[in-house]
Design a protein around this ligand. Sequence first.
Ligand SMILES: NC(=O)C1=CN([C@@H]2O[C@H](COP(=O)(O)OP(=O)(O)OC[C@H]3O[C@@H](n4cnc5c(N)ncnc54)[C@H](OP(=O)(O)O)[C@@H]3O)[C@@H](O)[C@H]2O)C=CC1
Ligand SMILES: N[C@@H](CC=O)C(=O)O
Ligand code: NA
Length: 381
Amino acid sequence: MSSSSAPPQPEPCLQYGYATRAEFEAAKTQTTSTSSVSPRVISVAVTGVGLVGSEFISQLLSLASPNPFRIVALSSSKHTLFSPQEELHQELAKLVKPSQDVVFVDNTSSENIASLYPPLLSSGIHVITPNKKAFSGDLGLFERILAASAESGAKFLNESTVGAGLPVISTLKDLVATGDKVRKIEGVFSGTMSYIFNNFSSGEQGGPSFSSVVRIAREKGYTEPHPADDLTGSDVARKLAILARFIPSLKEKVPLPAGYQSVPTTSLIPSGLASLTLSADDFVSRLAEYDVEFDQKRSDALKEGALLRYVGVVDVEEGIVKADLQKYPKNHPFATSLGGSDNIIMFHTERYSPRPLIIQGAGAGAAVTAMGVMSDLLKLL
Ligand SMILES: NC(=O)C1=CN([C@@H]2O[C@H](COP(=O)(O)OP(=O)(O)OC[C@H]3O[C@@H](n4cnc5c(N)ncnc54)[C@H](OP(=O)(O)O)[C@@H]3O)[C@@H](O)[C@H]2O)C=CC1
Ligand SMILES: N[C@@H](CC=O)C(=O)O
Ligand code: NA
């Protein structure tokens, strides 16, 4: 075991939820000690131990005995336990055997880490992640992921990239694989945007300021590491690009999104902040300067008897993929049925018609996101 920087200190262990290295080693032993009982051992390398990553580790260690998973590496951006990060790929590849699976779990939002998926998959290492970057960025990277997975048989699973733990990707894959024709997917795809507008635009006169609800959404762990990634609509655009790429028939109408940037998206960033590079803290503080503008949008909608909701659509029949802030009458499901960080996703298909298949529930937060990652991991069994 080695550390990529300083000799091992207690601090990294604290990041992983253990008071000392000894506790961390004990937990590791707990996950490995049952390997002789379990017919299959799955080695798990975890990169990213922030909100989602630390909750994921806690869920993994809480599995009933015998626990088939063995944590073989843990990395944050500054520390790596078990193997120096630059050697991680080679070290993991050595573990791949017919009787032993190796899984790389990426709980970061890093593009650099996402670019490692093709070589990892080519080496037979499975990839599981809530990180949207690889599936919603450059189409070439996505295609290399598909090709590497098809060639080696290693799986990539990314349920938590859309709707956090809600079974959105698996449902879409099942619909497509069983021959249903997806006509349209529409809904509220951002837990942050849902929380913001469920509270900011609730139908009451007045109400909390826009910046205050953004701040709370961040405190609750719903936002991306930088909340501007939510307010630009990019996070929703990424989710729409991911869904679009899993619907083969969309290609008959429009080219698949070359990247999330090609999805028409309405940004909620005030023009005065759009060109500034601000830290997440400064961004949320400066947002308060624009509360009056958002108050105006809220009261304009209310005069029409409507509420504001940030929605996305992949309309396969019309060949439209877009994300937008819209006004909905108070009795519309997007206006009435959502609370907290709820996502609502409606699948309109040949079979689910005229009434759509609807999935609804919390769409952000560490517990539900880690659950989606954990359920992907359990699928490998
Ligand atoms: N929060 C949520 O509700 C949801 C999150 N997701 C996705 O889950 C992922 C994680 O989100 P969240 O936990 O909230 O984010 P956090 O910012 O809390 O955690 C991200 C972690 O990644 C680490 N990291 C960043 N770059 C690297 C790197 N190059 N190598 C190793 N570690 C790195 C950071 O380490 P350090 O602290 O050292 O910088 C940090 O601990 C994101 O991709 C997000 O989009 C998906 C659905 C819902
Ligand atoms: N920031 C995202 C987290 C989940 O993808 C959101 O708010 O939905
Ligand atoms: Na999901």
